[in-house]
Design a protein around this ligand. Sequence first.
Ligand SMILES: Cc1cc2nc3c(=O)[nH]c(=O)nc-3n(C[C@H](O)[C@H](O)[C@H](O)COP(=O)(O)O)c2cc1C
Length: 320
Amino acid sequence: MNKNSLWPKTKFFDLFQTEHPIVQGGMVWVSGGKLAAAVANAGALGLVGAGSMKPDLLRQHIRKAQSLTQKPFGVNVPLLYKDAQLQLQTALDEGIRIFFTSAGSPKTHTAWLKAQGATVVHVAGTPELALKCQDAGVDGVVLEGFEAGGHNSRDELTTLVLLQQINNKINIPVIIAGGIGSGAAIAAALAMGADGVQIGTRFAATQESSAHAAFKQAMIDAGSAATFLRLKKLVPVRLLHNSFSETVRQAEDNCADAETLSQILGKGRAKLGMLDGDLEQGELEIGQIVSIVRSIPTCQQLLDTLTDEYRAAKSRLCNS
Ligand SMILES: Cc1cc2nc3c(=O)[nH]c(=O)nc-3n(C[C@H](O)[C@H](O)[C@H](O)COP(=O)(O)O)c2cc1C
């Protein structure tokens, strides 16, 4: 239960005993143990992003986070990767009981994880999938609009539209994601009935994220329309514009099929871009809200700013 009067008493606080109703989304190559622990220490829910990790590496990141914080944190497991089951088992073995699953069916692992005492939240990009998540017995759902960085839904539903579509249709806690970059946006989300928010891009642009320094600088330099949804015939992903994404755009304009796109993508592009810092040939996953990134704060500084902005937004409404 939230004892902090700053926030409304939403269902988020029934699930997670954090100071803020804010989740740092799992992010391949970007959210290791250091980021998850820093977010937890700053009062929000941090997630280790297992997507880019073999089970042994995931174990190391979980242990690192455990050595850096006493607060609870979770693990995000995108279910599309072949190691997903092993990643879940590894995290369970290491004592993790908070799971954010994504990119797969909520039916596959939820009952099993819950039988181990875990809290399970699944990411959905449509109201239909959110309802299936509820039917599958998850504890909460992340409703993710296509403004978001990383892989997202083919249906291109925006965060605000999704939230209005789902209104009053589900009983489990709703956490919205995609384009949340300020405390005012958090106030809007909560006013519209969300129980909490999940933020990726703004946490990718922090000191503790493992994004390459060149990628962080590219986030600061990004213009207002610097990202595009690409690879819809494979797995749709929002990317910062660069030579690689331009090659994909040209192929897509020429009606390239999934196999051709898969050849253009090749292997290891996401690591090349986000971790190794190849700004031209790498895949740079980031959300539309990157356009407001102007500096690379610590997680504590970012959360302080978000809460100050949230307070200001609340008082604007109260004074009107
Ligand atoms: C670099 C990056 C990598 C991501 N990787 C994952 C991932 O591995 N699993 C996942 O469920 N979501 C992933 N996401 C989505 C985030 O968890 C989060 O839902 C999203 O970033 C929220 O939207 P925002 O970027 O507008 O804040 C990723 C996002 C980014 C920016």
